[in-house]
Structures are given as structure tokens and as C-alpha cells.
Design a protein around this ligand. Structure first.
Ligand SMILES: [Zn+2]
Length: 209
């Protein structure tokens, strides 16, 4: 959850899956054009078409997941938060530092891209269907990174903001208010005290509790 100046992953509009989907789609078209001209490339073309569809589906479902998480985080943060989930398979080869991070720009301001570990993305996206500790913790991490995008670099201040606002993100993702608030209380009581001192400010509480 730390911020870093440089990163192994940065925001890519074009993912490896997108490049593969487009490449195989082009191969599909080329093979089908050749087949129409009498060459025996129909089978290879069909195979390329199927692979293009499979890669395209991975790309599309990831883009949808990122869009959903970005929307919920942005609504609560009050600024545009771009969630970048670590890419399936190809991204997972890259080393990650912790559950998520937001880079600081050269001028010291915070970037608007929240990079999240793939496990955090999928767990946060499984909320509220999955009402598990892991799913809510992932929603909290998403909120924490959104807190950095708002411009806060300090970890304790960001973590406390996340403690106070994760229920709103949980609600924006589709959970009821009582359930979201109950989960936020759970995080404050069960997870927060176990965080390293870097993340624990003095007297962080949720108002009204
Ligand atoms: Zn952080």
C-alpha cells in the first residue's frame, strides 16, 4: 500500500491480452481472405478466430472489472480514480510490492492511477456477493489507494481516511448501508490494530461509533 516513484507496472491502455486478441483477429481475417481465394487456410483461420475471442474476453472482463472498481472509488474519493488491476498471467510475472500502490509524480503530487494486485482486484470485485473478510479487506485496500489519489501521501492519514470511507465504497459496489458499516467496524476492530505503526495514526475512529 506504499507509494513509490517508479513502478514495474504502469497504466497500460493496451494490455497484452488486447494485443493478442487483435493479433489473432488479424490472423483470422488474413486466413479467411486467403481461404476465399482458394487456399486451404480455413482451419487455421478458425483456430485464430477462437483464440482471438478467448483473449478478447479476458481483456473485456478485466476492463469491466476495472471500470466498476474505478467508478465506486471515484464516487467516494470525489476525484477520478483509475484502477489498474494487475493483468491476468502476464502481469502476474511482474513483481508486486504489497496489495496496491499509487505512484508519486515528479512534482510530488499523487498520480491518478491506483495499481492493485490481481488478488485484491478479484476479491474487491467479488464484493458484495462474497461477504467475506478477504472481500471486504480488498474493498478497504481499494479505498486506501483512492485516498492516495485524492492527494494524500502519508500512510497513517490515508489509512484512517480509508477506515472512515471504506463503507461508502462498499455501498457504491452494491452492498446495503448497514452491512457496509458493520464491515467497516469489523475492519477497524480486527485488522487495523494489526497494521504496522506506519499505517496507524493515533485515535483513528469511525464517527458515530
Ligand atoms: Zn498507502
Amino acid at each position: 500500500m506504499g507509494s513509490a516513484v517508479t513502478g514495474a507496472w504502469h497504466h497500460r491502455a493496451m494490455t497484452v491480452w488486447a494485443v493478442l486478441a487483435l493479433g489473432f483477429a488479424a490472423a483470422f481475417v488474413a486466413a479467411m481472405v486467403a481461404a476465399a481465394r482458394g487456399r486451404s487456410t480455413k482451419f487455421v483461420g478458425s483456430l485464430a478466430g477462437l483464440i482471438a475471442l478467448a483473449c478478447g474476453w479476458v481483456w473485456w472482463s478485466d476492463a469491466r472489472m476495472e471500470a466498476r472498481l474505478s467508478q465506486a472509488a471515484s464516487a467516494v474519493a470525489g476525484v477520478q480514480v483509475h484502477v489498474d488491476c494487475q493483468e491476468l498471467f502476464f502481469g502476474e510475472w511482474m513483481p508486486t510490492r504489497g496489495a496496491g500502490r499509487v505512484d508519486a509524480r515528479d512534482d510530488g503530487s499523487m498520480d491518478d492511477v491506483a495499481h492493485l494486485d490481481r488478488k485484491i482486484c478479484t476479491a474487491a470485485a467479488s464484493w458484495p456477493e462474497d461477504d467475506t473478510d478477504d472481500a471486504y479487506t480488498a474493498v478497504h485496500v481499494l479505498t486506501h489507494e483512492a485516498g492516495h489519489v485524492r492527494g494524500e501521501a502519508n500512510e497513517a492519514a490515508t489509512e484512517c481516511w480509508a477506515v472512515q470511507n471504506s463503507a461508502r465504497v462498499a455501498e457504491a459496489l452494491g452492498a446495503s448501508r448497514p452491512r457496509s458499516e458493520r464491515r467497516a467496524q469489523w475492519y477497524l476492530r480486527a485488522v487495523f490494530p494489526r497494521m504496522s505503526s506506519t499505517y496507524r495514526g493515533d485515535g483513528c475512529t469511525i464517527s458515530g461509533s
